[in-house]
Design a protein around this ligand. Sequence first.
Ligand code: E4P
Length: 226
Amino acid sequence: MKLLIDDANVAKIKKIYEFYPVDGVTTNPSILAKSGRNPYEVLKEIREFIGEEAELHAQVISLDADGMVKEAEKMVSVLGKNTFIKIPTIPEGLKAMKILSARGFKITATAIYTPMQAYLAAKAGADYAAPYVNRIDNLGADGIASAKMIQNIYENNGFKTQILAASFKNSNQVQELCAYGVGASTVAPDVIENLIKNACVTSAVQDFVTDFEKLCGAGKTMLDCE
Ligand code: E4P
């Protein structure tokens, strides 16, 4: 499963990149709005930091297919070829996906709340489909079960489209879909950090250091204990 950062805060992105093995960055208009900065200024800064080969996902704003296509053209020209155009999975979005996929654009079908949206997005040529796990849970439905059903639909129908699971609020949601083998998940920095945060691990690692220092002296490591 690929792991992407769902954020547009460049400082947070840099911090996650320093420590964690990640594959790129996703944004949406609400995430960009939180930065309070010009969207292209932020996205260009992210692209410059993550490099040309990493995935950058950014969303169109238009609600009509013609506008979506024009936005996609501009976004790829400014942000580079490995930019996935996030298109809401509504009828106009499906129309735009068909046009853009035929022209070789990389597409992430977004705002997916139901498996049938994901099915239609795959047929329209999307590379990724992004089910909103936690938002589905908040509707009283089951976000994990929906994502798993989408994976089954894709596998059983031979679609190449991958799941890019989104809208996570806790580690267990990410773990469930990782175990199920979905193609990718995009996760906010605090949830990524929580994937590995564990007091037992911290304590076990500290015990090793304490025992070694008892043996060799305070501050000693394998570098200078001979
Ligand atoms: C990604 O495609 C979505 O825009 C994002 O993960 C939604 O997350 P949220 O439900 O936390 O806003």
